[in-house]
Ligand binder design. Structure first.
Ligand SMILES: NC(=O)c1ccc[n+]([C@@H]2O[C@H](COP(=O)([O-])OP(=O)(O)OC[C@H]3O[C@@H](n4cnc5c(N)ncnc54)[C@H](O)[C@@H]3O)[C@@H](O)[C@H]2O)c1
Length: 297
């Protein structure tokens, strides 16, 4: 019989790629999303869609009961908007996650929770290991840390089968480039295609661990099959400076110019995943940034 996976937040960027990937691996897919940031066009007609909200939805328990594994990716994801309106982010991400976790405990479902590298400190010079200290510094990252704490509370009591995934900077097809807080990759690609400027805040000297969407889907897939529980970094394990990212994109597209941007105080200078832990369970080599960018451009 086909395994059944519910992807909460499955109309969003990572969620809809994950739905396609798991369907290809022969899973039966359900998508639960309130479409606050997701796109209905991202949902394949072959999948069952539940238009539901994890904070207020009355059918959450009923839906979760029908699936074997629950991939919880729903969240308000913009760091800056979480600074402007913390309560909205806290309500959505903390209360929503609490309802999902409680339901997984009650109905004994495997839970995979999308946490984030944002919970690591901003001033590190070394790769982050899963046991590195965490210093959440925005309402968004606080909400992710509290999500982890909730899950760990039940893990310590052996009341849940759960995996926490700390994803680094995801990129891939159909990532939004038009919102105020769009991720740097789609924003740079969109500007370069218009022969516009690619703004390098802080001189573009910040290093980031960009991880291709297919690698992220693979990580969720192998972690769902894993019998153990725990926390895993999901990254490529290598960094690219933002100014080099701009250079590569301009080179591939053959248009666009980089220019000096603003000085941003709260921007980490270095962020990179140590991926030894997930490599041990068969994660393999990840797609190199140039290759990934060529695929999506
Ligand atoms: N994109 C990244 O680089 C990245 C990095 C680290 C962690 N993450 C985490 O991965 C997850 C997915 O990220 P994404 O980039 O695909 O974001 P996204 O905004 O594209 O997807 C999130 C989805 O959740 C839905 N959603 C939000 N609140 C909801 C609610 N209350 N009820 C039901 N659905 C709701 C949205 O409509 C959206 O479709 C998020 O939890 C994010 O924090 C993403």
């Amino acid at each position: 019989m086909k395994k059944k996976a519910l992807i909460i937040g499955g109309a969003g960027f990572i969620g809809h790629h994950l739905a396609n990937y798991l369907a290809y691996k022969n899973y039966k897919i359900g998508i639960l999303d309130n479409l606050s940031n997701g796109d209905k066009n991202n949902i394949s007609k072959k999948n069952t869609f539940y238009f539901e909200d994890i904070v207020h939805g009355k059918s959450l328990n009923k839906i979760i009961q029908k699936y074997d594994s629950i991939f919880h990716l729903a969240a308000k994801i913009e760091v800056q908007s979480s600074m402007n309106n913390p309560t909205k982010t806290f309500e959505n991400n903390i209360l929503g996650t609490s309802r999902v976790v409680e339901s997984c405990v009650k109905f004994k479902k495997k839970l995979l929770f999308a946490s984030s590298c944002a919970i690591y400190p901003l001033d590190s010079k070394n790769k982050f290991k899963e046991e590195s200290k965490t210093v959440p510094n925005s309402p968004y990252s606080i909400s992710k840390k509290i999500g982890e704490d909730m899950i760990n509370f039940y893990l310590e009591r052996k009341k849940i089968n759960a995996i926490i995934l700390r994803c680094f900077n995801a990129y891939g097809l159909r990532q939004k480039s038009n919102s105020q807080y769009a991720a740097v990759v789609p924003k740079f690609i969109s500007n370069a295609k218009k022969n516009g400027y690619l703004k390098l805040n802080n001189g573009g000297n910040q290093s980031r661990d960009f991880v291709y969407i297919e690698d992220i889907c693979k990580a969720y897939y192998i972690l769902n099959k894993l019998k153990k529980v725990g926390t895993f970094n999901i990254g490529s394990g290598v960094t690219t400076k933002i100014k080099d990212l701009a250079k590569i994109i301009i080179e591939i597209i053959g248009k666009g110019k980089s220019m000096k941007g603003k000085k941003n105080k709260g921007d980490a200078n270095y962020s990179c995943a140590d991926i030894k832990k997930i490599k041990k369970i068969g994660f393999g080599n990840t797609i190199k940034i140039k290759e990934g960018l060529k695929k999506i451009i």
